[in-house]
Design a protein around this ligand. Structure first.
Ligand SMILES: Cc1cc2nc3c(=O)[nH]c(=O)nc-3n(C[C@H](O)[C@H](O)[C@H](O)COP(=O)(O)OP(=O)(O)OC[C@H]3O[C@@H](n4cnc5c(N)ncnc54)[C@H](O)[C@@H]3O)c2cc1C
Length: 441
């Protein structure tokens, strides 16, 4: 039976308690693990299976690491947890190229609750994550999203807003007059209203969160290997073995796809169609003489977003549903995007930004679900030991804590306990039933 326990703090205390308990019993240093990662140990994997179950998570980014961390804290789970990550530098992964923002303003119940959980986790992070007497500093900035809507988007904004309020989100709507009054630096031409978060929104440093989750997971007994999954062998209803490029064939009781933008590719190795591909997204860092106090993260109907980052500002752009947006493994910055799509709209919306200077830029991959732009989470309906944690389409960083716990619960208990994420299940892909998230940035 499933017990959906809210408010979230109940969970926070439970996980904290487990962490402390396990931490005491099971603390091992990162160095020990580092030096113990010999091939023979992994090949030994199969033998260990006779004694304890093994979970193999492919992808050691934020999502894979959150799953590994939460699984290692669940009291009824005492199996071995292995994370296979092909690049320990994390240079090109989605997590480290993200802009690390979190919001409550989503259009589905699941995504609102996932972010509510995520923010609680981030706010109380030092209760959960620590290693070698160190505590994480993820640089959490409490701020808000200001999601602007034209007349065309007004109904959708109102609908999402009502849903957010019904779930206890701390948000409010401003009409154009209220917007003008509160944000005199904003040109409200063409705007009908805006949604604003009053608390539990902001941004943080993605890499620091990744390091904190990974180091804590290792301290709690998780083993990370630098290797690449290159083949997956399934029987009718189980993943039987996974072939790693360096270490060869391994077997596992539970297999988790946490391969981010390359999740579709990984799934195809098991003959599974997963509509998740890399989509390139560009981020531009600029300097401006503009003085805008307490500026929120502004999302414009034209497709750009902008927020402060220290003494600078960062901005990016999401193509609309009718725009050309091919799958793209390149990480080259598209500078024309800034000139053509961002700057004219940015300078129009916030005239103080007319005199900005771009200082740097980078590109990263969204783990994009082309079916309905929403996470695909849970076990495969037929291949019963195969789990998905994919397709977050630009919001996977903030979703990692809740998804991490959810997948951990499925592995340990066979059901969701804290948040019911059944609507995000893979079944909807098979049944061609969309569960669309409308507020994609
Ligand atoms: C520019 C940009 C801005 C973003 N802004 C936000 C934001 O503000 N808020 C938010 O919540 N989200 C944001 N995101 C989205 C977020 O970064 C991602 O959804 C999230 O990081 C996905 O995490 P992941 O662990 O699934 O993927 P990744 O971080 O990509 O990790 C997957 C890992 O799997 C490894 N891997 C892949 N295939 C294999 C294999 N076969 N074998 C072994 N290892 C493998 C890769 O090396 C990689 O390290 C943004 C993304 C981008 C690009």
């Amino acid at each position: 039976m499933c017990h959906y326990r809210f408010p979230i703090l109940t969970l926070a205390l439970r996980v904290h308690y487990n962490l402390v308990r396990l931490g005491k019993e099971n603390q091992r240093s990162i160095h020990q693990f580092h030096f113990n990662h010999s091939c023979s140990q992994l090949i030994d994997f199969g033998l260990r299976k006779l004694i304890r179950s093994t979970t193999l998570i492919v992808g050691g980014g934020i999502v894979g690491s959150a799953i590994a961390y939460f699984l290692s804290t669940l009291p009824d789970f005492d199996g071995e947890i292995f994370v296979v990550e092909r690049d320990f530098s994390y240079e090109d992964c989605s997590t480290t190229r993200s802009v690390g923002s979190i919001r409550q303003q989503f259009s589905t119940k699941e995504n609102i609750q996932i972010s509510q959980f995520g923010f609680e986790f981030l706010e109380n992070i030092d209760h959960y994550l620590h290693w070698d007497d160190q505590e994480p500093d993820i640089g959490l900035v409490h701020s808000s999203y200001l999601i602007l809507a034209s007349q065309v988007g007004l109904e959708a904004l109102r609908f999402s807003h009502e849903l957010q309020l019904s779930l206890g989100a701390d948000v409010y709507l401003l009409d154009a007059a209220a917007l003008r009054k509160k944000y005199p630096w904003l040109n409200t031409e063409g705007l009908a209203a805006a949604g604003r978060g009053l608390s539990k929104e902001g941004w943080f440093d993605p890499y620091s969160l990744l390091v904190a989750l990974k180091r804590t997971a290792i301290t709690l007994g998780v083993t990370y290997f630098q290797d690449e999954a290159v083949a997956i062998h399934c029987s009718k209803n189980r993943v039987m073995s996974v072939e790693l490029r360096e270490l060869g064939m391994t077997i596992c009781d539970h297999f988790v796809n946490a391969a981010g933008p390359f999740a579709g590719k990984l799934a195809s190795l098991a003959g599974i169609h997963l509509p998740v591909t890399p989509k390139r997204r560009n981020v531009f860092v600029f300097e401006s003489p503009a003085k805008i106090d307490s500026m929120p993260l502004v999302v414009d109907p034209s497709g750009f977003y902008v927020r402060p980052e220290g003494n600078y500002f960062i901005t990016g752009y999401s193509p609309g549903p009718d725009e050309h947006d091919p799958d793209d493994e390149s990480l080259e910055v598209d500078h024309e995007l800034f000139e053509d799509k961002i700057w004219p709209n940015l300078a129009n919306r916030i005239p103080q930004f007319e005199r900005l200077r771009v200082r740097s830029a980078w590109a990263g991959h969204y783990d994009y679900n082309s079916f309905d732009q929403n996470g695909i989470v849970g076990s495969h309906p037929e291949i019963e030991n195969y789990y998905f944690a994919n397709g977050f389409s630009g919001h996977g960083l903030q979703q990692a804590p809740a998804v991490g716990l959810a997948i951990a619960e499925l592995i340990a208990y066979g059901e969701y306990e804290v948040l019911n994420l059944e609507n995000l299940g893979y079944e909807r892909i098979l049944e061609n039933r969309k569960f669309r998230e409308k507020v994609i940035i």
